[in-house]
Design a protein around this ligand. Sequence first.
Ligand SMILES: Cc1cc2nc3c(=O)[nH]c(=O)nc-3n(C[C@H](O)[C@H](O)[C@H](O)COP(=O)(O)O)c2cc1C
Length: 188
Amino acid sequence: MKVVGISGSPRRSGNSEILLDRALEGAMSTGADVEKIVLNELDIRSCQECGGCDKAGVCVIADGMGHLYKTLDKADAIIVSSPVFFASLSAQTKMMIDRFQCEWMAKYMLKKAMRKKRRKGLFICVAGSHRNDHFDNARSVIKAFFATLDIEYCSELFCGGIEKMRDVDNEEKALNKAYALGMKLVKL
Ligand SMILES: Cc1cc2nc3c(=O)[nH]c(=O)nc-3n(C[C@H](O)[C@H](O)[C@H](O)COP(=O)(O)O)c2cc1C
């Protein structure tokens, strides 16, 4: 069982990455093989809407996404973590998602048979406020992303009221829940 965690925060060891790490620890405790990808450290361009994927359903931009496409393909479960930025996902997370337009094209327009196995997905999101509408927006984008990639939206962890670095260290309930959800994702 391979679990891939994607960290969408621009800051290392930020609140969302700490929760992601806890979830990955939970997954690891069940014997899963885990890998973490920090989007801000990859060299990724935004989707150029160039139409390069129209014919083959494959992205023509050669950059850090190449590694991500391959890694997600091998994954059995995927955990995406992102902070809420301006009532949505971080730019890093959204930019990565847009680069899966090639899979949307392959699946829905070219009717290409994609992978057989359905992968499991967990979404972790943190925010400075407690605004449900901000989490709703973020969830809606992740659900569209997961649906395109045949990732089942299994569970979510939203943690509001955390703003400064390591604020999440005081959120014992959320840290424990992240660990438990990581474990559960493997067992599902
Ligand atoms: C550019 C920017 C935009 C933000 N927008 C929102 C927002 O719309 N709603 C909110 O509740 N928090 C917002 N925040 C606060 C972050 O979600 C919060 O600080 C979070 O803990 C950061 O997570 P991280 O440490 O994983 O990066 C924003 C922060 C930044 C830097």
